[in-house]
Design a protein around this ligand. Structure first.
Ligand code: URC
Length: 312
């Protein structure tokens, strides 16, 4: 909410960034298994609150200290007796800040989960051993005092590559164009995705435990499968743009509780290697085999797709 002050407009928020927390849950069953479950989260909290006197009158009496916000993350993590998703923890914190403090009208809580994965030893899942995977699960909950919720989940750093079934033809050619047309190239990207759920209140989210973790895994699978196509034949990509659109459409078609999705897909180039020297002529002639991988510069392609009746 913007406030007019002496002819100026002030918009403000305050919070705590990069609060890191690890939480372990221990289970034991009749069979003597003592399996541990672990999450590591980086939490960003931002509160929209009525605390103007702190800005204009040196009066901090309406300020929730950011140090208190940090402590709250640890207290709430301790209070969660059952494993929960990053989305659920973000909502839980958002609900806490907006209901506990009269001054706070909106809480924006973002979480990035570190991809710790259970290891297998001799083909058997380890009870308490984890290794770091690659892509990260992200979640953002914007919670209003009224209970209205905006919930977004995402993936960061999903690196995908295929060695064929990709081309790029028919683009504008002019006096600045050097790129040859091709129907045979590598396609590599690092997908950043975020999708908005249509749940608009805390109470409308399905109660099934870890439902949103399952959703995250399903969306990731649909994105990857659409990128690659069937295992034997693959699927031809006419451009990153076209593949991005197919991936976004597949997610919206498959999951009716997702109202929009944004995808960022850099085109990470693998350049053909051709080498020749003045004396010896051709040293290496490219035959879809030796590449120079580069990430600078890279193409940057991003789009979002939403349903016509989306609330976004
Ligand atoms: O899939 C692509 N999209 C582009 O927009 C583009 N531009 C370019 O140089 N190569 C590619 N590839």
């Amino acid at each position: 909410m913007a406030k007019e002050l002496d002819g100026f407009k002030l918009e403000q928020r305050h919070g705590k960034a990069r609060v890191r927390v690890g939480r372990v849950w221990r289970s034991s069953d009749q069979g003597g298994n003592r399996r541990h479950f672990l999450v590591e989260w980086k939490v960003n909290i931002s509160l929209l609150s009525n605390c103007l006197p702190s800005y204009v009158r040196d009066d901090n009496s309406d300020i929730v200290a950011t140090d208190t916000m940090k402590n709250t993350v640890y207290v709430k993590a301790k209070e969660c007796q059952e494993q929960l998703s990053a989305e659920e923890f973000a909502i839980l914190l958002g609900k806490h800040f907006t209901s506990f403090y009269p001054q706070v009208y909106t809480a924006i809580v973002k979480i990035v989960e570190k991809p710790w994965e259970r290891v297998s030893v001799n083909g058997q899942p380890h009870e308490h051993g984890f290794k770091l995977g690659s892509e990260k699960h992200t979640a953002e909950a914007i919670v209003q005092k009224s209970g209205i919720l905006q919930l977004t989940s995402g993936i960061e750093g999903l690196a995908l590559l295929k060695t064929t079934q990709s081309g790029f033809e028919g683009f504008i050619r002019d006096k600045y164009t050097a790129l040859p047309e091709t129907r045979e190239r590598m396609l590599a990207t690092e997908v950043t995705a975020s999708w908005r759920y249509s749940y608009d209140s805390v109470s409308s989210i399905p109660k099934k435990p870890l439902y949103l973790n399952e959703r995250y895994l399903n969306v990731k699978q649909v994105l990857a499968e659409t990128f690659f196509g069937p295992p034997k034949s693959g699927v031809y990509s006419a451009s990153v743009q076209s593949t991005l659109f197919q991936m976004a459409k597949a997610v919206l078609s498959r999951f009716t509780d997702i109202s929009s999705i944004q995808l960022k897909m850099p085109n990470i180039h693998f350049l053909p290697v051709n080498l020749s020297s003045k004396d010896n002529g051709e040293i290496v002639k490219f035959n879809d085999d030796v590449y120079l991988p580069t990430d600078e510069p890279h193409g940057s392609i991003e789009a979002s797709l939403s349903r016509f009746w989306s609330k976004m």
